[in-house]
Design a protein around this ligand. Sequence first.
Ligand code: SAM
Length: 172
Amino acid sequence: MIMIFTLIVIFLLLLAICIIAWDKIIVGKVPFISLPNEIITQVLAHITIRPDTTVYDLGCGDGRVLIQAAQKQPRATYIGIERAFWPYLLAKYKTRNIPQITILRGDITKIALKKSALVICYLLPELLAKIPYSGQSVISVEYQIPGRKPNKKVVLKKHSRLVSKMFFYNAN
Ligand SMILES: C[S@@+](CC[C@H](N)C(=O)[O-])C[C@H]1O[C@@H](n2cnc3c(N)ncnc32)[C@H](O)[C@@H]1O
């Protein structure tokens, strides 16, 4: 009996190590660093979300941007896409009672985005450059999309060590 229990524990430990290694080494080229809640509040204060809008958070982490956005405008539709396993699971769990939010596991460089949607992202420039935009308005927190001129830049009043500005791109 003790033997079986020990084997199960060892198996679970190995499984956990494999999942973490997969997340860190294979998947997590852009780290999971969440925006602080007070920064999200400020970011959302600069955005108007209409009830008929679909809002994406590309690389949604634990879903906190979408959760705050859905509190602000409950009648819109929200989609979060996340590739790394743990943040995806966390986002799924945290949004389980918010029907207007859908969390999908996928690669944002290979996604077909709905036209006329609003895209919010907090990603490094090399990843921003690989997203297949096709008629969406984009709000990029902190980083500019390489090769595209923003239509507007906003400097955040209260900012953190990592985040101080956001860029607006009209649909192209
Ligand atoms: C800086 S975090 C931002 C998290 C969240 N949007 C926030 O602001 O709190 C970037 C997220 O993008 C995810 N990510 C990186 N590359 C991705 C890809 N190709 N497809 C989907 N998600 C990706 C990472 O796993 C990470 O959770």
